[in-house]
Each structure stands twice: as structure tokens, then as C-alpha cells.
Write a protein that binds this ligand. Structure first.
Ligand code: ZN
Length: 260
């Protein structure tokens, strides 16, 4: 089941699958009720729906170097425990939202990722079962990164948090199998990255438990689970896509920042 948010009011809308042409308007709160209890009212065709970022997180928690081959391509060792950092919630971007290349960076790169969306609060002391039950679903994410600034700065805050640097969408895949997910990134139609959860150094639920020990995760919060090998530059005029097969494609145009 795919959970969208649509303009103009940010209503929730649901499709049965990625090929379903109709979206049913959801009247229930998906954070307070289970899919089996959801109430619907009306429908719209997906073609006419304008999609918004499907979540509004209070924080965006990210994991670095969680795929062996990606750690290798940046000449980094695999960490002994998950390497956490944050993206500013103001970097959130939605389907078809423009990724703006800032003038401070000469090298902005894509990082296609699987992101976990929290349905319930999760904090220190949670069990693996509670972590699983706290997951609403997964969403495609692009952890856009100013790579030159990431190498220059001792912390990642600037490199990761420019406005528009966190596209997510197109929907939350509710009921996804967390042990069998792939992610593919394309730039201008050419495949650049491909990964699967089984190639991760730390599995999704371990990452949730680990990060929830430091900071309470709230409903709607996002955990970006790291990017596979193949990161590369984004240039003015590019179009970047992140796909989780079974969920759909998150597509975003790229443009250089202009003062006017
Ligand atoms: Zn990343």
C-alpha cells in the first residue's frame, strides 16, 4: 500500500500499488490508525495529483558508510558502529522539487537511499519488536551532498543541509518487507547506483534501535540508511531519479543557484 500526500491541502491519499492509476483520499490519520482501519472519502486520478513530500519530519537522521563498496570508493574504512549525522528538516524536498546547486560548492553529488519513516515514537530501551512496530514504511530519498564541503569541514552539517538537499517520495510504502528492498539511482536515465538491504553493514532495524538510544524518534521522522557505491556529480540541467522497486520513482530536476 502506497501513502501519498497531495497538494493543495496536504491530504493523505492511498494507492494499492505503483501501477494503480487512482488515489483514494484517506480520512484517517495514518500515524494513529492501522491500514486495516483506514477510512476513505473520494478519489483522484494520480495523473492529476500534485505530489508533496509524503512526510514532515521533526528530524532527518542519516547513516554514513553503511554499504561496503561505498565506503571503499571514498577511501573510508567501514565503521565499527553506525556513523550518524543529521540533515536539517529545512532541506526537505518533494517529488519533482528542484535541487538547487549552491554557489558555495563546486561538487554536489547524489546519494540514492532507502529511508525509514517512523509511525510511533521510539526511544531508549525499545525492543527489536517495538522498533519494527514503530515503522510506518519506507520511502525513496536522495541524500544530496556537497562533497567538496564534506571533505573540507570537520562535521557534515553544511555539506548535507542546503535547502532542497533532501528529496523524498513519491510515497511511503506501508507494509514493505524491510529485509528485501533494493534502491536504484539514475541520472538523465543512466544507472549510477544500485544496492540492496542485504549489502548493508548494519540492518535497518539495528539502525533504528541504535539511533533511538541517542535521540527519541518521533512519528514522521526519517532515517536515511546510507547509500550504495556509485555516487557522482549533479550538474545544472540534470534529472536525477531514485527508485525503490515496488514503490516507485522519486524524480528531481537539478539547477544551479541564480540570484534572480
Ligand atoms: Zn547518505
Amino acid at each position: 500500500m502506497l501513502l501519498y500526500r497531495i497538494a493543495p491541502e496536504g491530504s493523505w491519499a492511498v494507492a494499492e500499488s505503483a501501477s494503480d492509476p487512482r488515489l483514494r483520499i484517506l480520512k484517517s490519520d495514518p500515524f494513529a490508525t492501522s491500514p486495516g482501519d483506514w477510512d476513505y472519502g473520494g478519489e483522484v486520478s494520480r495523473e492529476n495529483a500534485s505530489l508533496l513530500a509524503p512526510v514532515r519530519p521533526t528530524k532527518i537522521v542519516c547513516v554514513g558508510r553503511n554499504y561496503r563498496e561505498h565506503a571503499k570508493e571514498l577511501n573510508n574504512p567501514l565503521p565499527a558502529e553506525p556513523l550518524l549525522f543529521l540533515k536539517a528538516p529545512s532541506s526537505l524536498n518533494g517529488p519533482e522539487g528542484m535541487i538547487v546547486l549552491p554557489p558555495e560548492s563546486q561538487r554536489v553529488e547524489h546519494e540514492g537511499e532507502i529511508a525509514v519513516v517512523l509511525r510511533r515514537r521510539l526511544s531508549r530501551g525499545a525492543t527489536p519488536e517495538e522498533a519494527r512496530a514503530a515503522v510506518l514504511g519506507v520511502v525513496c530519498a536522495n541524500d544530496v551532498t556537497a562533497r567538496d564541503l564534506q571533505k573540507k569541514d570537520p562535521v557534515f552539517a553544511r555539506a548535507k543541509s542546503f535547502d532542497t538537499f533532501c528529496p523524498v517520495g513519491p510515497a511511503v510504502w506501508v507494509g514493505a518487507d524491510l529485509e528485501d528492498l533494493a534502491v536504484v539511482t539514475r541520472v538523465n536515465g543512466a544507472e549510477r547506483q544500485r544496492g540492496h538491504v542485504r549489502e548493508m553493514a548494519f540492518p535497518l532495524l539495528d539502525l533504528l534501535l541504535y539511533s533511538s538510544r541517542m535521540m527519541t524518534l518521533e512519528p514522521g521522522d526519517l532515517l536515511l540508511t546510507g547509500t550504495p557505491a556509485g555516487v557522482g556529480p549533479l550538474l545544472d540541467g540534470d534529472r536525477v531519479e531514485v527508485e525503490i522497486p515496488g514503490l516507485g520513482v522519486l524524480a528531481n530536476p537539478v539547477m544551479a543557484w541564480r540570484s534572480s
